[in-house]
Design a binder for this molecule. Sequence first.
Ligand code: GLN
Length: 266
Amino acid sequence: MKKYFAMVLAALACCILASCGGSDNSTSAPASADASAPAPNKNAAPLRMITEATFPPYEFLRGQEIVGIDVEISKAVAEKLGRPFSAASVNFDSVIPSVISGKADIAAAGITVTEDRKKNVDFSIPYVTTGIVIVYKTDAPFLTGEACKGKRIAVQGGTTSDNYVVETLKQEPDRFNSPAEAVAALQAGRADLVIADIDPAKNCVKGVANLALSDFVNKEEYAVAIAKGQPELLAVINEVITEIKANGQLDKWVEDYTKEADALKE
Ligand code: GLN
Protein backbone atom coordinates (compact mmCIF):
# COMPACT_ATOMS: atom_id res chain seq x y z
CA MET A 1 0.00 0.00 0.00
CA LYS A 2 2.83 2.37 0.96
CA LYS A 3 4.46 1.58 -2.31
CA TYR A 4 1.23 2.41 -4.12
CA PHE A 5 1.02 5.83 -2.46
CA ALA A 6 4.67 6.49 -3.27
CA MET A 7 3.92 5.67 -6.91
CA VAL A 8 0.88 7.95 -6.97
CA LEU A 9 2.90 10.74 -5.39
CA ALA A 10 5.72 10.26 -7.87
CA ALA A 11 3.22 10.32 -10.72
CA LEU A 12 1.68 13.54 -9.41
CA ALA A 13 5.10 15.14 -9.03
CA CYS A 14 5.91 14.20 -12.62
CA CYS A 15 2.62 15.69 -13.83
CA ILE A 16 3.35 18.97 -12.11
CA LEU A 17 6.87 19.00 -13.53
CA ALA A 18 5.65 18.01 -16.98
CA SER A 19 3.14 20.84 -17.07
CA CYS A 20 5.95 23.39 -16.68
CA GLY A 21 7.48 22.68 -20.06
CA GLY A 22 6.24 22.20 -23.59
CA SER A 23 2.65 22.48 -24.60
CA ASP A 24 0.76 20.32 -22.18
CA ASN A 25 -2.88 20.18 -23.04
CA SER A 26 -4.70 18.23 -20.42
CA THR A 27 -8.10 17.37 -21.72
CA SER A 28 -10.97 15.35 -20.48
CA ALA A 29 -11.82 12.19 -22.34
CA PRO A 30 -13.17 12.79 -25.87
CA ALA A 31 -16.43 11.77 -27.42
CA SER A 32 -16.16 8.08 -26.86
CA ALA A 33 -14.57 5.67 -29.28
CA ASP A 34 -15.97 2.92 -27.14
CA ALA A 35 -19.41 3.59 -25.76
CA SER A 36 -18.97 0.90 -23.09
CA ALA A 37 -15.88 2.60 -21.61
CA PRO A 38 -16.21 3.64 -17.97
CA ALA A 39 -16.43 7.34 -17.12
CA PRO A 40 -12.95 8.53 -16.11
CA ASN A 41 -12.32 8.41 -12.39
CA LYS A 42 -11.19 11.97 -11.74
CA ASN A 43 -9.14 10.82 -8.75
CA ALA A 44 -7.14 8.34 -10.81
CA ALA A 45 -3.70 9.39 -12.04
CA PRO A 46 -4.00 10.71 -15.58
CA LEU A 47 -2.59 8.65 -18.41
CA ARG A 48 0.17 10.97 -19.61
CA MET A 49 0.82 10.70 -23.32
CA ILE A 50 4.09 11.99 -24.72
CA THR A 51 4.32 12.88 -28.39
CA GLU A 52 5.91 15.27 -30.84
CA ALA A 53 3.25 17.49 -32.31
CA THR A 54 4.81 18.37 -35.69
CA PHE A 55 3.84 15.12 -37.38
CA PRO A 56 0.50 15.47 -39.17
CA PRO A 57 -1.87 13.67 -39.35
CA TYR A 58 -0.61 11.59 -36.40
CA GLU A 59 -0.09 14.63 -34.15
CA PHE A 60 -0.26 18.33 -34.79
CA LEU A 61 -1.49 21.49 -33.14
CA ARG A 62 -5.05 22.75 -33.49
CA GLY A 63 -4.37 26.12 -31.92
CA GLN A 64 -2.82 25.14 -28.59
CA GLU A 65 -4.35 21.68 -28.53
CA ILE A 66 -2.40 18.58 -29.54
CA VAL A 67 -4.64 16.51 -31.82
CA GLY A 68 -4.29 13.63 -34.27
CA ILE A 69 -4.56 9.90 -34.75
CA ASP A 70 -2.05 9.04 -32.01
CA VAL A 71 -3.85 11.32 -29.56
CA GLU A 72 -7.14 9.53 -30.28
CA ILE A 73 -5.51 6.12 -29.79
CA SER A 74 -4.00 7.23 -26.48
CA LYS A 75 -7.27 8.80 -25.32
CA ALA A 76 -9.07 5.54 -26.11
CA VAL A 77 -6.54 3.73 -23.89
CA ALA A 78 -7.13 6.24 -21.06
CA GLU A 79 -10.87 5.76 -21.49
CA LYS A 80 -10.58 1.99 -21.28
CA LEU A 81 -8.51 2.37 -18.12
CA GLY A 82 -11.05 4.85 -16.67
CA ARG A 83 -8.27 7.40 -16.22
CA PRO A 84 -8.15 11.09 -17.14
CA PHE A 85 -5.83 11.97 -20.02
CA SER A 86 -3.11 14.49 -20.71
CA ALA A 87 -0.79 15.02 -23.66
CA ALA A 88 2.51 16.84 -23.95
CA SER A 89 4.87 17.47 -26.84
CA VAL A 90 8.68 17.30 -26.87
CA ASN A 91 11.28 16.92 -29.61
CA PHE A 92 11.13 13.49 -31.21
CA ASP A 93 14.43 12.33 -29.71
CA SER A 94 12.99 12.94 -26.21
CA VAL A 95 9.77 10.97 -26.75
CA ILE A 96 11.09 7.48 -25.94
CA PRO A 97 13.35 8.74 -23.09
CA SER A 98 10.22 10.31 -21.52
CA VAL A 99 8.53 6.94 -21.01
CA ILE A 100 11.77 5.26 -19.94
CA SER A 101 12.30 7.89 -17.21
CA GLY A 102 8.64 7.79 -16.13
CA LYS A 103 7.87 11.40 -17.10
CA ALA A 104 5.12 9.98 -19.30
CA ASP A 105 3.12 6.75 -19.38
CA ILE A 106 2.55 6.20 -23.06
CA ALA A 107 4.51 7.34 -26.13
CA ALA A 108 2.63 7.67 -29.42
CA ALA A 109 4.34 9.75 -32.07
CA GLY A 110 4.30 7.79 -35.29
CA ILE A 111 7.04 5.75 -33.64
CA THR A 112 8.52 3.12 -35.92
CA VAL A 113 9.21 -0.24 -34.32
CA THR A 114 12.96 -0.94 -34.54
CA GLU A 115 15.15 -3.64 -33.00
CA ASP A 116 17.22 -0.96 -31.28
CA ARG A 117 14.22 0.73 -29.68
CA LYS A 118 12.86 -2.67 -28.60
CA LYS A 119 15.87 -2.96 -26.28
CA ASN A 120 14.65 0.08 -24.33
CA VAL A 121 10.84 0.03 -24.47
CA ASP A 122 7.97 -2.38 -25.04
CA PHE A 123 5.95 -1.85 -28.19
CA SER A 124 2.26 -2.54 -28.73
CA ILE A 125 1.09 -4.41 -31.78
CA PRO A 126 1.54 -2.15 -34.83
CA TYR A 127 -1.36 0.06 -35.89
CA VAL A 128 -0.16 1.08 -39.33
CA THR A 129 2.20 -0.10 -42.04
CA THR A 130 3.95 2.84 -43.60
CA GLY A 131 7.46 3.97 -44.49
CA ILE A 132 9.88 6.72 -45.42
CA VAL A 133 10.13 8.52 -48.74
CA ILE A 134 12.26 11.13 -50.47
CA VAL A 135 10.88 14.66 -50.81
CA TYR A 136 12.50 16.30 -53.84
CA LYS A 137 12.16 19.32 -56.08
CA THR A 138 10.55 18.30 -59.37
CA ASP A 139 13.36 20.00 -61.32
CA ALA A 140 15.93 17.84 -59.44
CA PRO A 141 14.30 14.46 -58.74
CA PHE A 142 15.70 11.72 -56.48
CA LEU A 143 13.79 8.49 -56.82
CA THR A 144 15.90 5.92 -54.99
CA GLY A 145 17.99 5.83 -51.82
CA GLU A 146 21.04 5.09 -53.95
CA ALA A 147 20.53 8.37 -55.89
CA CYS A 148 20.68 10.34 -52.61
CA LYS A 149 24.23 9.28 -51.79
CA GLY A 150 26.62 12.20 -51.39
CA LYS A 151 23.77 14.76 -51.50
CA ARG A 152 22.80 17.23 -48.78
CA ILE A 153 20.02 15.35 -47.01
CA ALA A 154 17.68 16.98 -44.49
CA VAL A 155 15.81 14.88 -41.90
CA GLN A 156 13.99 15.20 -38.62
CA GLY A 157 16.61 14.35 -35.99
CA GLY A 158 16.42 11.05 -34.10
CA THR A 159 14.03 9.44 -36.57
CA THR A 160 14.31 6.35 -38.71
CA SER A 161 15.04 8.67 -41.65
CA ASP A 162 18.06 9.91 -39.69
CA ASN A 163 19.08 6.28 -39.05
CA TYR A 164 18.60 5.41 -42.72
CA VAL A 165 20.97 8.15 -43.85
CA VAL A 166 23.60 7.20 -41.27
CA GLU A 167 23.33 3.41 -41.51
CA THR A 168 22.35 2.75 -45.11
CA LEU A 169 23.70 5.76 -47.00
CA LYS A 170 26.69 6.00 -44.61
CA GLN A 171 26.69 9.78 -44.30
CA GLU A 172 25.53 12.50 -41.91
CA PRO A 173 22.22 14.23 -42.60
CA ASP A 174 21.31 17.78 -41.60
CA ARG A 175 18.95 17.40 -38.65
CA PHE A 176 15.84 19.51 -38.02
CA ASN A 177 13.11 19.47 -35.38
CA SER A 178 10.28 18.61 -37.75
CA PRO A 179 9.64 17.30 -41.25
CA ALA A 180 8.30 20.78 -42.17
CA GLU A 181 11.57 22.46 -41.10
CA ALA A 182 13.56 19.95 -43.17
CA VAL A 183 11.36 20.72 -46.18
CA ALA A 184 11.83 24.47 -45.59
CA ALA A 185 15.61 23.89 -45.83
CA LEU A 186 15.07 22.09 -49.15
CA GLN A 187 12.96 24.97 -50.46
CA ALA A 188 15.59 27.48 -49.30
CA GLY A 189 18.30 25.62 -51.23
CA ARG A 190 20.10 24.50 -48.07
CA ALA A 191 19.41 20.82 -48.78
CA ASP A 192 19.10 18.74 -51.96
CA LEU A 193 16.36 16.49 -50.63
CA VAL A 194 14.49 15.43 -47.52
CA ILE A 195 13.85 11.93 -46.23
CA ALA A 196 10.75 11.67 -44.04
CA ASP A 197 7.76 9.50 -43.15
CA ILE A 198 5.25 9.44 -45.98
CA ASP A 199 2.23 11.00 -44.23
CA PRO A 200 3.88 14.15 -42.87
CA ALA A 201 5.80 14.33 -46.16
CA LYS A 202 2.50 14.27 -48.08
CA ASN A 203 1.24 17.05 -45.82
CA CYS A 204 4.38 19.10 -46.54
CA VAL A 205 4.06 18.84 -50.32
CA LYS A 206 0.28 19.31 -50.35
CA GLY A 207 -0.47 22.29 -52.61
CA VAL A 208 3.24 22.94 -53.29
CA ALA A 209 3.77 22.70 -57.04
CA ASN A 210 7.57 22.24 -57.13
CA LEU A 211 7.83 19.33 -54.68
CA ALA A 212 7.12 15.61 -55.11
CA LEU A 213 7.63 12.29 -53.32
CA SER A 214 9.43 9.07 -54.26
CA ASP A 215 8.15 5.57 -53.52
CA PHE A 216 9.11 4.07 -50.16
CA VAL A 217 12.84 3.81 -49.57
CA ASN A 218 12.08 1.77 -46.46
CA LYS A 219 8.88 0.13 -45.17
CA GLU A 220 8.07 0.57 -41.47
CA GLU A 221 5.38 -0.02 -38.87
CA TYR A 222 4.17 2.34 -36.13
CA ALA A 223 3.34 1.19 -32.63
CA VAL A 224 2.78 2.67 -29.18
CA ALA A 225 5.77 2.51 -26.80
CA ILE A 226 5.74 2.17 -23.01
CA ALA A 227 8.38 1.55 -20.34
CA LYS A 228 9.27 -2.13 -20.06
CA GLY A 229 7.61 -4.46 -17.57
CA GLN A 230 3.96 -3.32 -17.73
CA PRO A 231 2.14 -6.29 -19.26
CA GLU A 232 -1.31 -5.10 -18.08
CA LEU A 233 -0.97 -1.68 -19.71
CA LEU A 234 0.43 -3.27 -22.87
CA ALA A 235 -2.52 -5.67 -23.01
CA VAL A 236 -5.02 -2.78 -22.77
CA ILE A 237 -3.22 -0.85 -25.52
CA ASN A 238 -3.23 -3.94 -27.74
CA GLU A 239 -6.92 -4.47 -27.04
CA VAL A 240 -7.68 -0.87 -28.07
CA ILE A 241 -5.61 -1.17 -31.27
CA THR A 242 -7.29 -4.46 -32.18
CA GLU A 243 -10.73 -2.89 -31.64
CA ILE A 244 -10.14 0.34 -33.58
CA LYS A 245 -8.66 -1.59 -36.49
CA ALA A 246 -11.59 -4.00 -36.59
CA ASN A 247 -14.42 -1.49 -36.18
CA GLY A 248 -13.20 1.06 -38.73
CA GLN A 249 -12.47 3.76 -36.13
CA LEU A 250 -8.77 3.94 -36.99
CA ASP A 251 -9.50 4.39 -40.71
CA LYS A 252 -11.98 7.13 -39.84
CA TRP A 253 -9.40 8.95 -37.70
CA VAL A 254 -6.82 8.65 -40.51
CA GLU A 255 -9.33 10.13 -42.95
CA ASP A 256 -10.53 12.93 -40.64
CA TYR A 257 -7.13 14.05 -39.38
CA THR A 258 -5.54 13.89 -42.82
CA LYS A 259 -8.30 16.23 -44.05
CA GLU A 260 -7.93 18.55 -41.07
CA ALA A 261 -4.12 18.71 -41.29
CA ASP A 262 -4.27 19.33 -45.05
CA ALA A 263 -6.87 22.06 -44.57
CA LEU A 264 -4.60 23.78 -42.02
CA LYS A 265 -2.13 24.29 -44.87
CA GLU A 266 -4.61 26.19 -47.04
N1 GLN B 1 8.50 7.11 -37.76
C1 GLN B 1 9.69 7.86 -37.53
C2 GLN B 1 10.47 7.28 -36.39
O1 GLN B 1 9.94 6.58 -35.60
C3 GLN B 1 9.42 9.35 -37.30
C4 GLN B 1 8.51 9.65 -36.18
C5 GLN B 1 8.33 11.13 -35.88
O2 GLN B 1 9.08 11.97 -36.33
N2 GLN B 1 7.34 11.49 -35.12
O3 GLN B 1 11.63 7.52 -36.28
